[in-house]
Design a protein around this ligand. Sequence first.
Ligand code: ATP
Ligand code: LTN
Length: 328
Amino acid sequence: MTRVLSCIQPTGDVHLGNYLGALRNWVAGQHEKDAFHGIVDLHALTITEAPDIVGQSSLQLAAMLFAVGLDPAVTTVFVQSHVPEHSQLGWIMECQVSFGELSRMTQFKDKSAKREHDFLSAGLFSYPALMAADILLYDTDEVPVGEDQRQHLEITRDIAIRFNHRFGETFVIPTAVMPKAGARVMDLQDPTSKMSKSAAADTGLISMLEDPAAIMKKFKRAVTDSDTEVRFDRAEKPGISNLLEILAACTGETPQALATKYTQYGSLKVDTGEAVVETLRPIQARYHELMTDRGQLQSLLRIGADKARSVASATLARAQRSIGMLPA
Ligand code: ATP
Ligand code: LTN
């Protein structure tokens, strides 16, 4: 079975864009492939500076992943730091990548420019090596990545090829796959930018845990345009098209078919808001139920970590053997 790995950082709230664009596809695909999903808390440490944040965020993210429908019986959901092999292979990977290669990573250049006056951790610079370890530990065949992570996948492949060349065949060379096209959800106040947790204000963002009244209010206030025609046209009518796409994602119809059913913006906004409320209702209920039983959640994560470790420890041992490190 094809092994696929995707990881998500426990930073910020999961929002409707993450769900309709990505998480829902993870759930839909979990029976077709051998899926591993890492909650990568070590990556979040590159920018975490205060105590008691990362652990709570990891637990909340885990609850959300199970609440949206990832089934611990078929899918391996684990917290990265529960599998110490990530740190161990991470160091080995750091020694296989050059300073020059890491310096050319556009994400590092962007992030360090934005944080010019802040503390710039060495982890932020070397994190592609840890990401390579994340991927190679699981003999991963496929990594679904968006445009922003392609360069990191390329460097992972380069590192794996280099390692295999230096020390002998050890790692499976992963391929980047385009994630199945999910909905693209735009900011409700600025429908030309994607809904994003790093947006300046949250009036255009629907968090997965938002209550129904707040959701309805945000949809009623969604930015549209001055004429009154309901038509699916991303370029000319981004606000209306965004509502149609969200409604389509929640109902299973196409945005084009839905457009023919509406003559007024008001009813489209209300119906979209209600469809989102209904889509999120069972997820929120399950989330809150999971969060009341921290013990159960932690035991699900322990099962995930055990499954992850059984694969990761074999790969780490193989890498150490290839290098010829002295066994303990
Ligand atoms: P940031 O705001 O910091 O860029 P993000 O909200 O975009 O973060 P990520 O953690 O980068 O979220 O992405 C997690 C997953 O959700 C990725 O697969 C990404 O493609 C998807 N995703 C994020 N935002 C949207 C969106 N608005 N519409 C559809 N998919 C999205
Ligand atoms: N760098 C990624 C998160 C990430 C990841 C991975 C994704 C860390 N390790 C392994 C896929 C596979 C990000 O910032 N979105």
